[in-house]
Design a protein around this ligand. Structure first.
Ligand SMILES: [Zn+2]
Ligand SMILES: [Zn+2]
Length: 364
């Protein structure tokens, strides 16, 4: 059952008396364009979920806001059903457990990432590449996510959050950080080789710090069309920062592209060393500048065994390994906080690239 609330006054009432088996949630009812509709999500009161036999019910405290939510809202990677609760960088505490869920105690703080479930039986799953499983299900796209007071998840797809992080610091690590870690692994970079980061949002700013820790001799070169992002990159220790079309002062051995566009990919390829690899970290590209691909010049951009590879989803190992590594550094993301009911504002700002670090929703 769903009740619809549109007035802020009523929102406050929901916060005051949710404790009756109902929860508030920001839901998406249909595909829409954020350019034309600045309130794609609607605040509702919804029946609270019961944990399934192997599931835990988490009381959500924080949920990160990811560019993938825009891809879901605008239909590039459409949700499996409507209405749906988005959000896949979820931090919460166990309040109830299914009969067979014994791994975690009540009160324990857990995170939920993009991978909500996988079959566990196919060749991909057996080889540890469950991110490529044909039955891969994503949190907040194929199952209700964290833009809500509660979430249920199989206990084997939840991760203890290292103590060193606050809830808000941990949330962006669960997607932006974990997929950044996978992207960095897929570049196959070696210490001392040059790394390029194209676009400098939530994921790239974490990758910069991660790369400096994992590959201390490596220089990081950042490409961004935003002067603010370039400045931020230099503050965080980039060796150089330039515009998207600029030629980097040194050739690069690995590049990670985190932009939603095509021009940055074509422009970055000219900076790649022979045998270098460009990894595209985007679940979908937008089609706005797809024509730019016609500028692809084989000798300049691809000849000499340059490679392009996409990074798809994350495995549970990526998330666990990354959280452990991030706690050691410790890697604390820069973030801006919004109330759950201001999720639309956060999404619009993400769309219009008003970004400094990560965006998280506070849900208490
Ligand atoms: Zn994400
Ligand atoms: Zn599988």
């Amino acid at each position: 059952m769903i009740k619809l609330y549109t007035e802020k006054v009523e929102c406050q009432e929901i916060i005051d008396d949710w404790k009756d088996g109902f929860m508030k949630a920001m839901i998406l009812e249909k595909i829409t364009k954020v350019d034309e509709n600045s309130s794609p999500l609607i605040l509702v009161e919804k029946a609270e979920r019961e944990p399934g036999i192997s599931e835990v019910l988490l009381k959500v405290s924080t949920c990160g806001v990811c560019h993938t939510e825009l891809d879901e809202i605008e239909g590039r990677t459409p949700p499996a059903y409507f209405p749906i609760i988005l959000g896949h960088q979820v931090v919460g505490r166990v309040v109830e457990r299914g009969r067979a869920a014994t791994k975690y105690k009540t009160g324990e703080r857990l995170g939920v990432a993009w991978i909500y479930s996988a079959c566990g039986e196919c060749n991909y799953c057996r080889e540890g590449n469950e991110n490529l499983c044909p039955h891969f299900q994503a949190t907040g796209r194929d199952a209700d996510g964290g833009y809500a007071e509660f979430i249920t998840v199989n206990e084997n797809f939840a991760y203890p959050i290292p103590e060193v992080f606050s809830d808000a610091e941990a949330a962006p690590l669960l997607c932006a950080g974990a997929i950044g870690y996978r992207s960095l692994r897929l570049t196959e970079l070696q210490d001392g080789q040059n790394l390029g980061l194209v676009g400098f949002g939530a994921s790239a700013h974490l990758v910069l710090s991660l790369a400096k820790y994992m590959y201390p001799q490596t220089g990081v070169y950042v490409f961004s069309r935003s002067a603010g992002e370039r400045e931020f990159a230099m503050e965080l220790g980039a060796r150089w920062a330039g515009d998207i079309s600029d030629v980097s002062p040194e050739r690069l051995d690995g590049i990670i592209d985190t932009t939603p566009a095509w021009k940055p990919v074509v422009e970055a390829l000219k900076n790649l060393n022979p045998g270098g690899r460009l990894v595209i970290n985007a679940i979908r590209k937008e089609n706005g500048d797809k024509d730019y691909l016609l500028n692809l010049d084989y000798p300049t951009h691809l000849w000499m065994e340059k490679e392009i590879k996409s990074v798809a989803n994350v495995s549970r190992n990526d998330v666990s390994e990354f959280l452990e590594l991030a706690a050691k550094i410790p890697l604390k993301p820069e973030f801006q906080e919004y109330d759950l009911m201001d999720a639309n504002q956060a999404l619009v700002e993400l769309k219009t690239r008003k970004i400094r670090g990560a965006k998280v929703l506070r849900i208490e």
